[in-house]
Ligand binder design. Structure first.
Ligand SMILES: [Zn+2]
Ligand SMILES: [Zn+2]
Length: 395
């Protein structure tokens, strides 16, 4: 990349920081990203893109038809914040009680606006089309799924898609890439053990669902260790146990809620089946009934390996191979998975940790923050990726 290219992006820094802080101060929860969407569409219109709003309620899509014919590449940002109280005490901390951009989606929106600013200034040199997807509700609402169902990958048809997440596990200046599996399927289960209540002094007259639940909890934890190939990856956690009202009453039922995560459809199905079989077996051994509900969450996020290598090569060209790492998948989830079910692409990580500046806190922490150098850095990485994918040879 010529120096002037990088300088132009570096000179955007103050503008990017201002946008990020504006969004950061005004976080909006899933499907309520009204003001954020207004800010996004105002900038996209200013840059002269074709803008369509109202996708998945609050989503915004911008299109830059290039000066010459070519492929269509899409990039995506999520816009939603989280329901927690910010504790950073930064001058630009959230002004909205109980809401915070604690996952860095404010940075994702800002970076994509920077990319829009950059390419709109050289649109005649763009061969093909660039589509910007700003989606609502990544944090559990599946905004990405709705956008895909509404046809965001059509008209013009998207040939490849890229997305990134700021990543506090990697230092600022590094890019992390998942070659294939990136994030897990995030399924949930609810189990009810149906016993028969009674007096704690006469357990033989009741059916104690608390004892059964105790057995079930330990049995369930053998599924990953005994039924899943150790070379596959899976995790199961019970997050809620609910039952009983007093020290001397055996309750009628106990409820367990949990999450189960996997990186392939085969493992996902196996977990689903074994969970029910185990529940049935334990309930039967205590002469009880049960209810079992398995709810599909986001599917596993599967990158297209050639696209991941394209990202690696494009980023390495700017920051050196030593700053591009292939990293393990995470058992977290991402609704970018829905786009990747339809078109090839890659979801990668932008390091945003900076120990010296005290930026060390994890996603979804009330102390989460990013090193704002990641804003121009992220713009540069996306510009390089698009340049390489569309073969613009601007670099
Ligand atoms: Zn998050
Ligand atoms: Zn996130």
């Amino acid at each position: 990349m010529s120096n002037s290219f990088q300088e132009e992006i570096a000179s955007m820094k103050d503008w990017l920081v201002e946008i990020r802080r504006t969004i950061h101060m005004h976080p909006e929860l899933m499907f309520e990203e009204v003001e954020t969407a207004k800010l996004v569409s105002a900038w996209l219109e200013k840059f002269g893109l074709e803008v369509k709003t109202g996708w998945a309620k609050t989503g915004v899509v911008g299109l830059l038809p290039g000066g010459k014919k070519g492929k269509t590449v899409a990039i995506r940002a999520d816009m939603d914040a989280l329901p927690l109280e910010e504790a950073t005490q930064l001058p630009y901390a959230s002004k909205i009680k109980g809401k915070m951009h604690a996952c860095g989606h404010d940075a994702h929106v800002t970076i994509l606006l920077g990319v829009a600013k950059f390419f709109s200034s050289i649109r005649e040199q763009v061969k093909g089309n660039i589509k910007w997807i700003f989606q609502p509700a990544e944090e559990g609402g599946g905004g990405g799924r709705v956008m895909v169902e509404e046809g965001v990958l059509e008209n013009p048809k998207v040939d490849a898609i890229f997305g990134a997440h700021v990543f506090p596990d990697l230092p600022m200046g590094k890019v992390g890439i998942h070659e294939r599996e990136g994030l897990a399927a995030t399924d949930r289960f609810r189990i009810k053990i149906l016993g028969k209540g009674g007096h704690g002094a006469y357990p033989h007259l009741s059916k104690d669902p608390i004892l059964a639940a105790g057995h079930l909890i330990t049995q369930i934890h053998s599924i990953v260790s005994r039924n899943i190939n150790p070379l596959d990856r899976a995790v199961l956690s019970i997050g809620k146990v609910n039952g009983g009202t007093a020290f001397n009453i055996i309750p009628d039922e106990v409820e367990l809620w949990g999450t189960v995560r996997s990186l392939s459809p085969r493992v996902r199905e196996r977990l689903k089946v074994r969970l029910e079989q185990t529940t049935q077996g334990v309930a039967r051994s205590f002469d009880m009934d049960y209810q079992y509900e398995f709810e599909d969450g986001y599917p596993a996020l599967i990158n297209d390996p050639p696209m991941s290598h394209l990202v690696a090569a494009a980023c390495a060209q700017g920051i050196g191979k030593e700053n591009v790492e292939f990293i393990n998948p995470s058992m977290g989830g991402e609704d970018f998975a829905y786009y990747l079910q339809k078109v090839p692409g890659s979801f990668f990580r932008l390091g945003c940790r900076n120990e010296k500046k005290g930026i060390i806190h994890s996603f979804h922490s009330s102390l989460f923050n990013i090193d704002e150098d990641v804003l121009p850095f992220g713009v540069e990485m996306f510009v390089r990726i698009i340049d390489q994918y569309l073969e613009l040879k601007l670099i």
